[in-house]
Design a protein around this ligand. Structure first.
Ligand SMILES: Cc1cc2nc3c(=O)[nH]c(=O)nc-3n(C[C@H](O)[C@H](O)[C@H](O)COP(=O)(O)OP(=O)(O)OC[C@H]3O[C@@H](n4cnc5c(N)ncnc54)[C@H](O)[C@@H]3O)c2cc1C
Length: 314
């Protein structure tokens, strides 16, 4: 039996509470620290889960709560910019509000004995003889057996484990989305639609008949959140309309959208492969005290499969 009893999980987004639930299943009690002052209620937009992510949620025992909030999709439909279908295939997926998913996971994690400390930012961590000592921005320290990095794509934990790990790479587009009256757009219930052409648009029909869509606006330079928030929504909407002019169904949907409908999801970033390495620290004569960290870039699906990485060389 593992002698790991306590874990510090950094980040209470999606992967953090999912990791806490997974650890609770093997008897490890977690403290989750989150730099934001409280839960991200109302923050973010819609998140899409593939069937493998949903399988993890089922394993963690939260599937019924997720089912109550999520909309299922059963098929993917691909069309060109004129609306002509070129592919249609079965594919199981789930779409739901990101704050709802995060909230469900956090509630279940709390019921499983985890504690979330909001407003606490991890700034450093170092190996100790019997675990890890974590350091927080407020000067506090915490000794724990295990640190799990679930602190998103700009992970601090990743940099602590491997200062040479690559940074996220900007992919040249700024993400937007919205919920709009369908107008002339036809979308079958339960189908995830991808429209390709000069620009890409993803969309699906909501149970009330409106269309939820997401789009990508090309931008040569990575746009900061300060710039994004400092630019009126009406200006972003005008740029999207110009970029998607003549494309089905984006032109119609954007014509029906108002600046208040628009959600910005930020610059699209890709995480390059992170080198994996592991090794038993010499001071741990066996795996009895397992001193492991995980990559801090996992989503809920990936988190349960995250590779274990020790904090020191073999
Ligand atoms: C506020 C927010 C809204 C989002 N909305 C959407 C959305 O609508 N649709 C979508 O597809 N994706 C969204 N994402 C991204 C999506 O959640 C992630 O890409 C994906 O789910 C991976 O989840 P994650 O838990 O690994 O990371 P994230 O969801 O990014 O969560 C990481 C968490 O770690 C916290 N954190 C970071 N550094 C530290 C630190 N040093 N100390 C303590 N805490 C720290 C962050 O505040 C954050 O809450 C959002 C992310 C955030 C942070």
């Amino acid at each position: 039996m593992s002698s790991v009893r306590s874990a510090l999980i950094v980040g209470a987004g999606v992967a953090g509470p999912a990791a806490a639930l997974a650890l609770a299943k093997v008897g490890i009690r977690s403290t989750i620290v989150e730099s934001h002052p409280g839960p991200a209620d109302g923050v973010g937009a819609v998140i899409t889960l593939a069937s493998n992510g949903y399988d993890v949620l089922r394993t963690l025992g939260v599937a019924s709560s997720v089912d109550a909030e999520a909309q299922r999709t059963f098929e993917v439909h691909m069309s060109d910019a004129g609306g002509q279908t070129f592919a249609r295939y079965p594919s199981s997926g789930f779409v739901m509000a990101r704050d709802a998913l995060s909230g469900i996971l956090a509630d279940h994690a709390a019921r499983a004995g985890s504690r979330v400390e909001y407003g606490r930012r991890l700034v450093g961590a170092e190996a100790a003889s019997d675990g890890v000592v974590a350091h927080f921005e407020d000067g506090a320290e915490l000794a724990t057996d295990l640190v799990v990095g679930a602190d998103g794509i700009h992970s601090t934990v990743r940099g602590i484990i491997d200062p040479d790990a690559p940074d996220p790479v900007y992919e040249g587009v700024l993400g937007f989305g919205g919920i709009t009256d369908a107008g002339a757009t036809s979308a079958d219930p339960g189908v995830m639609n991808f429209a390709f052409g000069r620009r890409f648009l993803g969309y699906w029909r909501l149970p009330d008949g409106r269309i939820c869509w997401y789009a990508a606006l090309p931008r040569a330079e990575e746009t900061s959140w300060r710039q994004i928030e400092g630019t009126p929504s009406s200006s972003w909407l005008a740029r999207l309309r110009a970029e998607y002019a003549g494309l089905y169904p984006a032109e119609d949907l954007l014509a029906l959208s108002t600046p208040d409908d628009l959600v910005t999801t930020g610059p699209m970033l890709r995480m390059p492969p992170v080198p994996h390495w592991h090794g038993a620290r010499r001071r741990f004569r066996s795996c009895a005290v397992l001193h492991l960290w995980t990559r801090g870039i996992a989503g809920a699906g990936e988190c349960a499969r995250a590779r274990q990485v020790s904090s020191g060389p073999a």
